[in-house]
Each structure stands twice: as C-alpha cells, then as structure tokens.
Design a protein around this ligand. Structure first.
Ligand code: NAD
Length: 471
C-alpha cells in the first residue's frame, strides 16, 4: 500500500488529501499539522474549513484510509510520498519584506523530513513557492540527511476555494514537474499513478521543475490580471455611461478572450492572488527585470484603486460623510461559499468606512464574529479615536458590530454595502430591508448580485460597479 503524508492541514492540504484518499482506496493518506486545534477539528464533526461537499468526502474515508494527526515525525517516517502544503505568506520583515515569499514554514518542514527520513522519499511541493525553490529544498534535504535519496517534485494546486471539491474531482489539469534524470522520471511516474486513479491521462501535464513552479505563479497572476482588467474598464464605464456587464459580455464572446472571470467587483481577495503577484514581482526584480515587475505590480495597484474607489463612492454618495451613520456590510468572506477572510476586500472597505467614523455592522453567513473582529483589529486604522488603536483583548472595544442575520444588520442603517456574492443576498426581502432603513436608503453593490432596477422601484438609491449611476 502506497503511503502518503501531507504536511499542512489547511485549505489546500485538507481537501486535496481527502479527495486523494477517496479516489485511491489502496493508498493510505495521513495529513499532519503543528496546529492541534486544526487536527482536532479535522477529526471532529465541525471541520476547520467550510467548503461545499468536503464534509461528505471526509466522512466517506476518514478512519478508512484518511487520517489526521499531530504525530508529524511518525508519519513522515512511514510515508513514500510526502506532500508539503504549508503556508508560504509574504515576508513581513528583512530582505524582500512586503514582496518575497516567506519560506520559513517550508524550510522547517524540509529540515524535519531530513531528520526523520530513514528510507527514500518523494517530496512534493504542493504549496505555491518561488521558482527555483526545489533547488533550495534539495540542498536542505541532502545536507541534513544520511544517505537517503530524495526526489523533489513540483505539483502546484490550482483549486479555488468555494469550489475546491469540484475542482479536485475534475481538474482542468494536474501539473507535475520533476528532474529529467532517471530517478526524477520514476518519481514523476509514481505521482502520476496516484492521480491516474481519477484524472484522465491527457489532463496530467509533466514539465521540468522550474516550469511547474513558475506556472502556478503565472496562473494566479493571469487570473488576477483579468479581474483588474475588467475592474479598470468598470471605472471607465461609470465615467462614460457604458455598462460593464454589457462590455464584458461583448468581449467575452470573442473566443480568444472567453466569458469566464470577467465579473467586475469591489476587487479580488484571498490568500493567494496578491501574495503570488508580489512574489512574482520580487523574482523579476531579483533577475534584473524591473519593467516586467512593474507590469505585474499594476495589477495590484488597480485592485487597491478599485477598493478605495468603492469606499469613496459610498462616502461621496452619502453627502460626503458617513460619520455616525450605520452602514450594513453584507458579506465579509473574500468570495462566496468559503469562510476564508484572508486579504478579503471587506477588510479594506470596512477600514475605509471606519476611517470616516461610520458605525459598521457586518453580517456574513460563514464568518464568525471573532474572525471579523480579529481581522479588523489586526489591520491598523488611521483613526483618530485612540481607543480603537488598543489591541484586541486588552479592552472590550470591537471595531464593528456583527450580527447573525442580514435583517438585523440593515435595521436602522443608512446604507447597505454588499461585499460578498453569497446567493442568499439575492433572495433577501428588500422591501422589508427598505422599510427598516433610514431614508434615503442606499445600496452599494460591490459584486453586482442584486437586481438594481427592482431595488430602485422599491425606493433605494443604488450603486452597482461599472453601471450607469443614479442621478
Ligand atoms: P493554510 O494556512 O490554510 O494551511 C497551512 C497549514 O500548514 C497550517 O495549518 C499550518 O499550521 C501548517 N504548517 C505550517 N508549518 C508546518 C509544519 N512545519 N509542520 C506541520 N504543519 C505546518 O494554507 P493554505 O491556504 O492551505 O495554503 C497552503 C499553500 O497552498 C500556500 O502556499 C498557498 O499559496 C497554496 N495554495 C493555496 C490555495 C488556496 O486557495 N488557499 C490554492 C492553491 C495553492
């Protein structure tokens, strides 16, 4: 029986390994993590992450051939294939701070593998890492082990949160990069065999190590660039009377462009797009390619611009001040069908509104109050209210109010900002919401999910991204 160990039981490690276990009953999969809380949750009825379909998959194979454990060393020692799916955030200090990937977690994992491994191992980069990381990992492994043969593979993950299980069941492609030596090719074949249990052969792409590593960064940069492109057009639409949905439809009909990923919004979020573009920018700079670095930097600049443009629109529409006005924020997760709030545009939007002294009240169906308060407390405000600068926990001050119901959030509010495209926001009783709000009642739809015309008929003043403005 092939034994797999995955280091890192997060948004990628957990679902990815659950699907491998489901699709490969003859493979034993153990997911390990340093976080006791995360492993406890994976072993409970309340999984640590919300992802449609995940509960079902885990239920089918947990205890059969899928296990979650904190006994990292034991499971590394037993495994034939070790996936490393630890976090690779942006460095916050030192060389490359604010851009380069922080590979501390990766390095720790590699050193542990080297310490523990007694027999030959295939080590798979599942995390998103800078191109050439495999070379560094090889050095750490080889210099810290005693005669063990390690083969490093790059197998970046392309799943999207919110559709992770669907993406894993039917991936557009699985990418495996390896060394072009006989041992390297053998390792690629071994991993290919795992995926071949359910992924059609023509969707499994093999490349050299560096192409695989760079493809992941490039894929995220292209996806983010597409969002920034349509968002840049949305600003021009608002200035000219064009409608971004019509423009997106028209350009998406061109088969060279295609219709997907062309929805204008308040901006992209999530733990990956910004981090991976910054990483790409840093790599370009290190290779003496500042023009290329600047090209990708602009994708992030437009995203930041879109978020601040949204806040400015809210404030300017509401007679240039939101001071002491209640604003209901519907949606805090960075996209629907996830509880993940990493880099969510909602943080910047709330921060902007709070900066103008609004009273913000948030509702999100999957994000806990604790998470929302922590995200906002961790992000420093430019407020002049000294209480807000105190760290969370030291006082009872909470940056925003949080409700477990959209109606409670909107009651008495001057405005509603929709920041996540949750389906339930399309089905709310907006007549009831309108009746409970201050007048004039504004809706700022940061995801273009509600029917603006219907809302106008109720009496709302509506702002949709990239659409003609209400006079
Ligand atoms: P995450 O923060 O949810 O999970 C990482 C886990 O690794 C954490 O639980 C952490 O405790 C654990 N960890 C860190 N060091 C460890 C160690 N030495 N031993 C054991 N466990 C350790 O991160 P994630 O969202 O799953 O992302 C993981 C990687 O995958 C990142 O590089 C990310 O860029 C990439 N990725 C993420 C997504 C996504 O949608 N989240 C998609 C594709 C790729």
């Amino acid at each position: 029986m092939v034994k797999i160990c995955c280091i890192g039981a997060g948004y990628v490690g957990g679902p990815t390994m659950a699907v491998i276990a489901l699709k490969c009953p003859a493979v034993e999969v153990v997911v390990v993590d340093i976080s006791v809380a995360r492993i406890t949750a994976w072993n409970s009825e309340q999984l640590p992450i919300y992802e449609p379909g995940l509960d079902d998959v885990v239920k089918q194979c947990r205890g059969r051939n899928l296990f979650f454990s904190t006994d990292i060393e034991k499971h590394i020692a037993r495994a034939d294939i070790i996936f490393v799916s630890v976090n690779t955030p942006t460095k916050t200090r030192g060389l490359g701070a604010g851009k380069a990937a922080d590979l501390t977690y990766w390095e720790n994992a590699a050193r542990m593998i080297a310490d523990v491994a007694k027999g030959d191992k295939i080590v798979v980069e599942k995390s998103t890492v800078p191109v050439k990381t495999a070379e560094a990992i090889e050095k750490i492994l080889i210099h810290n082990s005693r005669g063990v043969n390690f083969q490093i593979l790059s197998n970046p993950e392309f799943l999207a949160e919110g559709t992770a299980i669907q993406d894993l069941f039917s991936p557009d492609r699985v990418l495996i990069g390896g060394r072009e030596t006989p041992e390297g090719k053998k390792a690629v074949q071994a991993l290919k065999q795992v995926y071949a249990n359910w992924v059609p052969e023509d969707r499994i792409i093999t490349t050299n190590l560096w192409s695989a590593e760079l493809s992941k960064l490039a894929a995220n940069a292209f996806l983010a660039q597409r969002i920034s492109s349509v968002n840049a057009i949305s600003a021009l639409c608002e200035a000219t009377g064009a409608d971004v949905a019509e423009v997106a439809y028209a350009i998406g009909k061109d088969t060279r462009i295609g219709p997907r990923f062309l929805s204008a919004s308040v901006g992209f979020g999530g733990s990956c797009f910004q981090k991976d573009i910054l990483n790409l920018v840093y790599i370009c700079e290190c290779h003496g390619l500042p023009e290329v670095a600047n090209y990708w930097k602009d994708v992030i600049k437009i995203n930041d611009y879109q978020k601040s443009r949204f806040v400015n629109r809210v404030v300017s529409s509401m007679f240039n001040t939101v001071s002491e006005k209640k604003i209901a924020v519907l949606g805090f997760a960075f996209k629907k069908d996830t509880g993940d709030t990493r880099e969510t545009p909602a943080i910047d939007v709330c921060k902007g509104l709070l900066g103008d002294k609004a009273k913000v009240c948030v509702y999100d169906p999957q994000v806990t109050e604790e998470q929302i308060q922590r995200d906002l407390a961790l992000n420093k405000f430019d407020w002049d209210h000294p209480l807000h600068l105190q760290p969370m926990g030291a006082t009872e001050v909470k940056p925003v109010a949080v409700t477990r119901d959209a109606y409670e959030a909107t009651k008495g509010a001057h405005a509603v900002c929709i920041l996540t495209e949750w389906d339930e926001f399309k089905k709310l009783d907006y007549v009831r919401i309108y009746e409970g709000m201050q007048k004039p009642a504004f809706i700022f739809d940061g995801r273009n999910v509600v029917d603006a015309q219907q809302l106008r008929e109720i009496g709302f003043i509506v702002y949709s991204i990239g659409k003609p403005l209400d006079s």
